[in-house]
Write a protein that binds this ligand. Structure first.
Ligand SMILES: [Fe+2]
Length: 231
């Protein structure tokens, strides 16, 4: 009887696994309305950025994974950790999906983002001198990224905070980047993130963006990263 049960379970898993994989990745709604981040980020930019750009990364990631059976069923995080084994389509679109999901969750309505937790602020002061110095260095990373890419605040394996930048849709979770670590904050400096409102003034976009950074989420991520580092 027990053998029969095991056989049935195995049969069910065999049938269901490809179905689960076929469902693939999907685009979650934004955690706020499209106009919620104005005036820092305008509604039209948010609609196009989320509904077209992010949707395209999700669609193209699903196509790329369907064409690479060895990657079927892997979580997005697992894909990032072994992206060196995947092709460019999975790297670009998987990174695009992870980065944008993280980005939307990093922001909230202007004035509702609060402040860094005492623990995070102490780490910022320790590693950058002050919150203002951190913001200036983060802006410099975003301005210094030639072409398209991202600026990041990561927690390194030794528990330090570090500002990094990646090209295109790479991110610090990927096993191919120079500065690996756990991202707790990231800003999209592709032109599609700001051009409608700011045109070529990337610096103005980077300055305005602090109005919508959700420090409660960033502080929670910092606490989680600290816990993970102690495991
Ligand atoms: Fe983007």
């Amino acid at each position: 009887m027990r053998t029969l049960t095991h056989a049935l379970v195995a049969l069910l898993l065999t049938i269901l696994a490809p179905l689960a994989a076929a469902q693939g990745f999907s685009l979650a709604p934004l955690p706020y309305s499209y106009d919620a981040l104005a005036p820092a980020i305008d509604e039209q930019t948010m609609r196009i950025h989320h509904g077209r750009h992010h949707q395209a990364y999700v669609d193209n990631l699903n196509k790329a994974v369907a064409a690479a059976p060895a990657l079927a069923g892997l979580s997005l995080e697992a894909l990032m950790a072994q992206i060196s084994k995947a092709g460019d389509a999975v790297r670009n679109n998987g990174g695009g999906h992870w980065n944008h999901t993280f980005f939307w969750q990093s922001m909230t309505r202007p004035g509702q983002g609060g402040s860094p937790s005492p623990e995070l602020l102490a780490a910022i002061n320790r590693d950058f001198g002050s919150l203002d110095q951190f913001k200036a260095a983060f802006k410099a990373a975003g301005l210094g990224r030639f072409g398209s890419g991202w600026a990041w605040l990561i927690v390194t394996t030794n528990g330090k905070l570090k500002i990094t930048s990646t090209p295109n849709q790479d991110n610090p979770l990927m096993d191919i980047v120079a500065d690996r670590g756990q991202p707790i904050l990231g800003n999209d400096v592709w032109e599609h993130a700001y051009y409608l409102q700011y045109q070529n003034r990337r610096g103005d976009y980077l300055d305005a963006w602090w109005q919508v950074v959700d420090w409660s989420t960033i502080s929670r991520r910092y606490a989680d990263a600290q816990k993970d580092a102690q495991k």
